[in-house]
Each structure stands twice: as C-alpha cells, then as structure tokens.
Design a protein around this ligand. Sequence first.
Ligand code: PLP
Length: 382
Amino acid sequence: MSIDHLLLSELDKRRAQSLYRQRRVLSSPQDVEVEIDGERYLSFSSNDYLGLANHPEIVEAFQQGLSRWGTGSGAAHLITGHSAAHHALEEELAEFLGYPRVLLFSSGYQANLGIHQALLGRKDRTVHDRLNHASLLDGAKLSGAKLLRYAHSDMNALEGRLADPASGRTLVVTDGVFSMDGDTAPLAAIANECRCGGASLMVDDAHGVGVHGPQGRGTVAKFELGPAEVPILMGTLGKAFGVSGAFVAGSEALIETLIQQARTYIYTTATPPAQAEATRKALQLVKAGDERREWLQQLIGHFRRGAQQLGLSLMNSATPIQPLLIGESADAVRLSERLQKSGILVAPIRPPTVAEGSARLRITLSANHSMAQLDRLLEALQ
Ligand SMILES: *Cc1c(COP(=O)(O)O)cnc(C)c1O
C-alpha cells in the first residue's frame, strides 16, 4: 500500500472527527482587522497583545537594520552569526528583566527543547504542570529525563511529586500564563514548593512578558520574584513583542551551559541581525507601554462583564486570553464558522492542543482593539 493511501485514510478520519486543521491565508498585515480572500475580518485570534506586530517604529527599525546589516546572519551564533545587534538585544533584555544574562534563541519552541536537553539527562526528572505548552513536553521527552506531571496549578499535587525520592536533578517547569486557558500560575507558591523540595524552577512566560508586571517585565516580576526563585526564565519575542524569536534569562553559569550544550542553539542559523534591531525597538515600546497595558485591562474587564451578562462560560483568566469553553470539537468549529460569517475571527482550539471534551473558542484581546470592536464581538456572541 502506498504511503499516500495510508495518509489519506488517516486524514479522512481526522476530518470526520472535526479535528482537521486548515490555514487561513492573510493578505494583510497582522492586526485587529485582517483580510482573507478579499474579505475584511475583525480578529480576536492573535497573540499580538500589545498591537506591536505592525508598529511603524518597529517596521522602521527593521528597515534600517536591513540597510545596516543585510538580510541574513549567515551562520550559527557560535560561528560568525552573532552580531552586535544580537549582543545588544541580549544585554538590554537582561537589564529589563533584572537577570544577570540573557541568551537569544530563534524560537520559543527551540528554546524549550534546548533548555531541557542541555540541563537534564536520564538520571534527572522534570515535573510539569499538566497544561504546560507542547514545546515544554517535547523538551522533556527529548532530554530523556523522567517526566512527572501534576494536576493544573495544584500545589498539593506538586508537593506529592516532589516528595518522591530522586537521585539526580529536579527541574519544575510551568507556564507563567497558560496559553489555552489564560490563567496565571501561582508562582510564589510554586517557588516555595521548589525551595522546600530541593528543585529548580523554570517558567515559560511566552504570554506574560510585555503584558504583566511593572513595565511588562512579566509574570515573575508581577509576583516580585527574580533569579533567586526562578533561576530559568524563558520568554518569546513573537507575541507581545510583535517580532519573532525567544530568550532565556538566567545566571552566568546557566547561559554559558546553554551556549555549550543546547543543540537547538548551537546547530541553527542565528536570526537576521535586522530582526534583533527591530526587537530592540519593540523592547523600548514594551517598557514604555503602560498605556497599552492599562487599555488591555479595561478591554478584559469589559469583555468579562459582557460575557457574564450573556451567560457564557468564561474561564478563570485575568489576561488577554479569554477562552469560552464549548466542549465538543464539532460545536467549537461550528461556532467559529458562524462568527466568521458575521465578520469575526475567533479560532476554535481542539484536542490534542486541549483535553478531550474541552474544545473552546480562544478569544484573545489586543491593545489595538477599540471598545466598539469588542462590543461587536459581544453582539455576535449573543
Ligand atoms: C508560543 C509559545 C511557545 C513557542 O514560542 P515560539 O517562539 O512561537 O516558537 C512556547 N511556550 C509557550 C507557552 C507558547 O505559548
């Protein structure tokens, strides 16, 4: 039997289960209004929380970076790909976050694989929240360490996991803000469990940096924690920062270890230096972005009040991620299609991204949304 024959039968099965995924082709820049197939849509489906993905100052910094640096970095960081632009961005991020050092990765997915693989081996264990991002799970698998998972944000469950005797290292890993639920991890309590249990803590704050904490320094800063409690802080630059890429913040020893050992750092081409210049500008805008963050909070409050009045099942989220729990995949897809017919884009999120029976509409808010646009969403939901 040919490979295609086998693949097609699997694809058909997926379609029958309402699990088939399709890409939308945008013919406009990412923003709260996007164009698809010649139609304009009001979008609640990006991670562009601060509305920086098409910001003129960042675009200009990227263009100037291209004039100065050309297009390609031409090599991996450890060969000749590490430019003064990358280096400056690392130093500026470290200062911003209040960490000794920062290392850039080409994507968050790669950062999470590299951290686990570099820091853990077969004799070690890693303890994950059940709702952690897929890239963290893949990192744990790649590392060969024993993977233990605890019930979502359940400190008794975490404590139970840590009570098992261990011979090697223990790395506890959690999202700062959970990507598909929008809730915030109880970082102070988790840090405390780690201290008592002799474990190190890693936080993936892909959805927190730029959005939470003073100057947008993220969930760790929001809890007034730092390198002592969270020695490994990972964040991404393609969500609130509006560009692309990721970083790990930590001690001198951590960053040097990742440079020596993280294969997803060593064996990949550095991102374009111009992208680092654009991200340096994005960092300035994030730091100065209190107005955007305050507006986002107003939008979040307005949406939650409105959705409550409509009797919709909101999740326990104080962040721009405001999912509506639907249940069955087919229902989530049908609702998303109906919203799209009325000119509104909200992505249905289905298993395996979320647990079986917990398909949802993942509504995300951006500082570029107006109250009138949010009211359009609420009317359509009604
Ligand atoms: C998006 C995301 C990643 C992956 O980051 P990319 O830069 O998109 O590869 C990792 N962790 C979490 C929690 C994310 O939401």
